[in-house]
Design a protein around this ligand. Structure first.
Ligand code: IDP
Ligand code: MG
Length: 155
């Protein structure tokens, strides 16, 4: 099983879509291993978006991420990183496929509702960035035996 990091961005929080987006992840069968609201500061955003700090849009990106708290989620499941990234869709909501979160809720390249880790390595780094170890819970989902086949459950 993998655990991945999702941030429900201010575009999600302000549009009152927290419940709707969390519901999508739950419906898919992902287990919520961690969940909390946080106000992000400049330091964590510079670290989280280190690959973008030199881009001209970084100041507006950082500002947009601070207009309200975000909700950080740790989601667990088999191949959870790839599953969640596929559910997220292309960065630009206007180009994202219908059926994806961005394709169903976003019209913007920046105000695109969610962040999702893009690799297993980055998921581990990002989970450490947003959660203390004791904030991630390892419990068995009550429907686990109906989410996975017997062979998959061992992975
Ligand atoms: P991702 O969120 O799909 O992984 P990244 O390229 O890692 O996309 O960019 C991180 C975030 O930066 C995006 O989700 C979006 O909010 C913002 N962003 C990316 N490219 C642009 C841009 O060209 N203009 C404005 N904001 C952008
Ligand atoms: Mg990214």
């Amino acid at each position: 099983m993998e655990t991945t990091l999702v941030l429900l961005k201010p575009s999600c929080v302000q549009r009152q879509l927290i419940g709707e987006i969390v519901h999508r992840f739950e419906r898919r069968g992902l287990r919520i291993a961690g969940m909390k609201m946080m106000q992000l500061d400049d330091a964590i955003l510079r670290e989280h978006y280190a690959h973008l700090v030199d881009r001209p849009f970084f100041p507006t990106l950082a500002a947009s991420m601070q207009t309200s708290p975000v909700v950080a989620l740790a989601l667990s499941g088999l191949e959870a990183v790839g599953v969640v990234r596929a559910m997220t869709g292309f960065t630009n909501g206007r180009k994202a496929d219908p059926g994806t979160i961005r394709g169903d809720y976003a019209m913007s390249n920046q105000q695109n509702i969610v962040h999702a880790s893009d690799s297993v390595e980055n998921a581990a780094i990002e989970l450490r960035r947003f959660f203390r170890p004791e904030e991630i819970f390892d419990y068995k989902s009550g429907v686990f035996d109906f989410l996975y086949g017997v062979d998959e459950a061992l992975q």
